[in-house]
Structures are given as C-alpha cells and as structure tokens.
Design a protein around this ligand. Structure first.
Ligand SMILES: Cc1cc2nc3c(=O)[nH]c(=O)nc-3n(C[C@H](O)[C@H](O)[C@H](O)COP(=O)(O)OP(=O)(O)OC[C@H]3O[C@@H](n4cnc5c(N)ncnc54)[C@H](O)[C@@H]3O)c2cc1C
Length: 509
C-alpha cells in the first residue's frame, strides 16, 4: 500500500471532519477506527439511543470508584463505531459560551478566542454557510416537553430562542443534528458522501496500539487489524483523534507521557510529558424523576427523547451558567436500585462548570484494556453545591405550571423521603450522579509545562504528530462538547492544509 500523506487515528466527531477536509484539499488519507460500520438502526433513530449503551458500539467503560459518590463506578459510554461518540450522543448542538474561548485565549492559546473561532462554527452549519454540512433543527416538542418548557417559564426562567446567540441563559428548545428525522453525525455529513474516494483508505475494526517514533519523530502507527494481524502503517503526518479517553491512552502506550507512570508499566520513555491523561474534565447529571397522573405517550419512532434544556447560574455572581438541566420524556432509571413508575419524565440537574479535575491512566499495556478513568468527583465542594442547587430547582419546576396542573406530576426520585435540606439533596447527588458524557482536556493545548499540544495542535514533545479532538480543550466548554470538537477539527484541517501547501511532508509550525 502506498504511504498516505496523513494517517488519521479515530473516525469520531473530529476524525471524520479532518479526513474529509484533507481529501478535499487533495491529500491522501488513511483513516483508522477501532469500531465498525454504523449499521445498527438504533444509531439513526433518536427514540432508541438508550439501546446503544453497553452494546457493540459502546467502549463500555466504567470509572474508578468515586470516593465522594458512594464508591460508585459510573458507566462511561463512548462510541466505538465510525462516527465515534457522535453516533451515541443526543445530537444537541451547543457552541458553548464566548467566555469559554476567551478564557482559552487568555491562558496563552492565541487564535482560540471567540472572535477567532465563531467563523468556524458558522462554516460548519448549513443554516449559516453555503459550505456548511451540519444541519441543526428544532423538532416539534412532544406534549410533555412543551409542558416542561412552560413549567420552567412559570418557575421564572426566561425563554431563550437561541442559546447559541452568545447568551445562553434561560430555557430553550434544543437544536439537534438531524436530517430527515435521523441522526446526522459528522461521519454521515462529511464522510458518507466520499466513502469511495480514490485517495481514502479506511481501516475499520482496527485497534491502534501505539505510535511508531524514531529520533523524536512520529513515523506511523502499530495497529491490530480486523483479522487480528499486527501491522504497521506509515505516513508523513499522523493526526490523533481518538477522543478524550482514546488519545491519551495511545500516547501513553507509545511512551509519551509522565515518565514515572510509563516506567511503572515497563514502557520505554520516548518523551516525558507530564500532562498526558491529566486535566480530565467532564459534566455531570443527577436525575429527578417524576410520575404523572395523566399518562405520557412513549416517544414515537424517531422522536428525540430529549428536546428541552436550560442554562442557569446556581450563583448569580458567576460569569457564565454553571448548570444545564436537560429533560427526558421518559423516566430514566440509571441502575437497578432506581425504581418508580413506568411512565413519567426526568429533569436532570446538570453541572457544566466543574472544578474537580480527574485523570486517565493506563491499567496495563494491553490496548484492549479499560484505562483507569478517575473523575475525582466532588474533590472540590463547589461542584456538589452547584448540583444540590440544580436538583432543588428541578424539583421546583416539576411542582408547578402545566406539569403540576395538567399532568399531575409527582416526584418519584429522590421522592418524598428526601427533604429539601442541603444534606438530603447532597445524599441524592452522591447516590445518583452520572456523567453527562463530555470528557475533555486530557491532552490539553497550552504553552506551559503541562501542555501536551501547542495552540497550533502540534504535539509539543515529538515531530509529525497533531492531536485534534475533545482531548485538546484547555477547559471543558459551557455546554455539550460535540460542536466545540467539530470546531477544533475544522481548525485542525485548516492548519494542516495551510502548513502543507508549500511542503507536504513538513509539519513544523
Ligand atoms: C452517550 C453520549 C451522549 C452525548 N450527547 C451529546 C450531545 O447531545 N451533544 C454534544 O454536543 N455532545 C454529546 N456527547 C459528547 C460528544 O459526542 C463528544 O464530545 C464528541 O463526540 C467527542 O468527539 P471526539 O472526536 O473527541 O471523540 P469520539 O467521537 O469519541 O471519537 C474517537 C474515535 O476514536 C476511536 N478510537 C479510540 N481509541 C482508539 C484506538 N485505540 N484505536 C482505534 N480507534 C480508536 C473511537 O472508537 C472513536 O470512534 C455525548 C457523548 C456520549 C457518549
């Protein structure tokens, strides 16, 4: 096989966009993905997303026991399929706050301020730009979602018609990535139309073991392919897009990471990069589940289970909202210990500006092993406080407006046994907290000693390696992370094509 210009590792949200843009720019690309084709009908039908959890398309990770959450191990779904986590996600399209990107820039990441990145979001969206490939739609609300929205307004939240306008606060209908009622992942939008491209080689069901590095330069990658064979692939440039869990673990197995950690596993140290796998940030949800006297119809086929959300400051002095409750049209019982009525709805309290910082480390050197993912939940008490306030607010919303008057909503969980004290609500938060699936930051960009990539997304310690996915975020954005990851991917492709115009083999900034 001829050597491609670029090897892209991971066909998720970011890898799909980068591959397409590099093909458009005339480059030869090999795209390597651990998962297979997106043939499962539940991927495409947003009323069936729950079926994907712990199925063949889910890496099915569990966190380390969370000492401040009753030692619970939280399920961490991650997409193992072409399209990656975008094929399992809720398709909620949220830019984040302009403040997020200005913070990135203020930390030394020149070029990532809001004014610089907002044109990239515009370029991605078909409603904003003729070259945009991603559709965002607001589906008609189901009757229970309309009642949730109206009850939130009755509670005093402003109705916000566009949370991507720069002002996130208030309750909104969600903007979802759907086309003809079906999920529109970046894989579907960017890659499906070019799947037979002459300059594309697609390796699916191929697990990346590690990078091949010699003389401080990345030359290619070792994979275990669909037939179980160990093979090496080479390229002029390698782009790592394995996501916030996959990218740091690939680096660690390659000998790029904290030297002491690598030696513990008997891995030769290629580059001592202390920040690899550190700075894990995520968002967290806590369900407040209601039954209703008036029966709620189950979601129709292709009807999204979640359609409304709100952004709210649990402390009015904060610069941006630190909570983002999202609302499900069904009672969502996360584990066997949670029981209640079969028909109902869930208002999820949501923490989106976490202070506790976690890590991703290797369990062993087997690429098929689950890494140790430790959120370090509630290490910082402010996170617990914000979730307690958010749970209290969700309870209040469920008790008023049309939810109470027209649907006869009653709280099933935490339920009447939990009083309204901070202690009682904190106990529920520790018992019921789960990830909101927005892991980020584990190969963060920056200019300091803990940075893994430069603001130009080049690996700091080795040549010919770029990292582009949710792992490079310096801090997680205020809201869902798919759109920000897509934005990072567009920027990455732009940086590669600009840098390669003069010399296709040069990766220097
Ligand atoms: C259940 C769920 C719901 C979510 N809901 C939303 C939402 O509604 N809105 C939103 O904005 N965000 C949501 N997210 C988050 C969003 O989907 C992610 O932030 C985004 O997909 C991250 O993109 P990525 O490219 O960084 O990683 P991914 O999309 O995860 O891509 C990484 C790819 O690399 C592959 N890979 C990893 N390791 C290896 C290896 N060793 N060898 C080969 N391939 C490898 C993976 O299989 C995967 O395909 C959700 C996520 C989940 C899991």
């Amino acid at each position: 096989m001829p050597t491609p210009d670029v090897l892209v590792l991971g066909a998720g949200t970011a890898g799909s966009i980068i591959t397409r843009r590099l093909l458009d720019a005339g480059l030869t690309v090999t795209l390597v993905e651990a998962g297979g084709a997106d043939t499962n009908p539940a991927i495409h039908d947003m009323s069936r997303v729950g079926e994907l959890w712990l199925g063949p398309e889910d890496w099915g990770y569990f966190s380390a026991p969370q000492r401040n959450a009753m030692d619970r191990r939280l399920h961490i779904p991650r997409g193992k399929v072409v399209g990656g986590s975008n094929q399992l996600n809720g398709t909620i399209w949220v830019h984040g706050s302009p403040w997020d990107y200005d913070q990135w820039a203020a930390a030394g990441n020149t070029g990532w301020d809001w004014e610089s990145v907002s044109p990239l979001f515009k370029r991605i969206e078909s409603a904003q730009s003729p070259e945009g490939l991603i559709d965002t739609v607001e589906p008609d609300l189901s009757p229970i979602q309309q009642a949730i929205l109206d009850s939130a307004v009755a509670h005093g939240l402003p109705l916000n018609s566009d949370y991507n306008s720069g002002d996130q606060e208030g309750v909104s209908r969600m903007k979802l990535n759907l086309r003809d009622g079906q999920r529109l992942s970046t894989w579907a939008a960017y890659m499906r139309p070019v799947i037979d491209h002459a300059r594309l080689t697609l390796e699916t069901d191929a697990l990346v073991h590690s990078l091949i590095v010699s003389d401080g330069t990345v030359r290619g990658v070792r994979i275990i392919d669909a037939d179980g064979r160990r093979r090496e692939l080479h390229a002029g440039l390698v782009v790592l897009s394995g996501g916030a869990i996959g990218s740091p673990t690939i680096l660690l197995r390659s000998g790029i990471g904290p030297a002491d950690e690598l030696r513990q596993h008997g891995i030769d140290v290629v580059a001592d990069v202390p920040g690899v796998g550190k700075n894990l940030q995520d968002h967290f949800l806590v369900p407040v589940i209601f039954g209703t006297d008036r029966p709620i119809d189950p979601p129709l086929p292709f009807q999204p289970v979640t359609q409304t959300q709100w952004f709210w400051k649990s402390d009015p002095t904060l610069p941006v909202p630190d909570t983002q409750p999202i609302n499900f049209s069904v009672p969502f019982y996360y584990d066997d210990g949670m029981t209640g009525p079969a028909s109902g709805f869930t208002l999820h309290a949501g923490l989106i500006r976490p202070h506790s910082i976690g890590s991703v480390t290797l369990r062993d050197t087997d690429p098929a092993s689950e890494p140790i993912i430790d959120f370090n939940l509630f290490d910082d008490e402010r996170d617990l406080r914000a979730l307690v306030r958010s749970v209290r607010q969700c309870r209040e919303v469920g008790r008023q407006g049309p939810l109470a008057d027209e649907w006869g909503a009653y709280e099933a969980l935490p339920g009447p046994d939990a009083d309204d004290s901070d202690e009682a609500l904190a106990a529920w938060v520790r018992r019921a907290v789960n990830t909101y699936h927005h892991q980020a930051g584990t190969c963060r960009m920056g200019t300091d000693a803990e940075a893994v990539v430069s603001p130009g997304l080049r690996a700091i310690a080795v040549e010919n390696l770029m990292i582009a996915d949710a792992s490079v975020m310096p801090s997680v954005t205020t809201g869902n992370t798919n759109a920000p990851t897509a934005m990072i991917a567009e920027r990455a492709a732009e940086l590669i094509t600009a840098g390669l115009t003069s010399n296709p083999r040069s990766t220097k900034e």
